[in-house]
Design a protein around this ligand. Sequence first.
Ligand code: APR
Length: 195
Amino acid sequence: MIELLNRIHICVGDITQLTVDAIVNAANESLLGGGGVDGAIHRAAGPRLLEHNRTLGGCPTGLAKITPGFDLVAIGIKHIIHTVGPVWHGDASASLSNTHEDVLLASCYHQTLTLALEHEIKTLAFPAISTGVYGFPKERAAKIAFGHVYHFLTQHPFPQQVTFCCFSQEDAAVYHQVIESRNEWMTSRKRVQPF
Ligand code: APR
């Protein structure tokens, strides 16, 4: 357990500034950029990213596609994994893993981690997918994120290290609290089987 938790980090900052092999983009289905972290990543990766993404034919919600890091390669970020989180319309009182949005968000993490495994990516950073413009409740999203990353890392050697890159101290505190209280909720939640 301890060894596994050493492979999961939390940081506060701009994901485009991190020293990792790959960063995850919270994209929209067009993959043609937007605001939030999507905008930041497109700005940092440069116009070649948009040019490349025009050839991808978009990405359905819950799935993920990998691209080069383009201008980000200069600071060591070789890949960007674009995943499209769900827009939250759900009932926050529903038990964890029991809304359509929960399943789609879980799939984003699973699909992204699977691509990282296939590409033997050592270090990977996630933003808090769907918790900005898409309005997913932060604590609920953090439980899904941590639960799926933790489970995946128990099964696979790659990624070797996952960082949850939060854009504020408040968001990081949510992840810290979720991880500290994991025994309480991880045993209770239904295993969400991503797509
Ligand atoms: N680095 C790390 N995290 C960031 C950054 C950044 N540079 N910029 C924003 N964030 C955080 C937000 O604070 C939030 O916690 O990323 C999280 C996800 O928020 P959004 O970027 O709004 O993404 P999401 O809620 O998934 O909505 C996706 O927004 O930008 C558009 O094109 C995107 O349509 C898509 C939608």
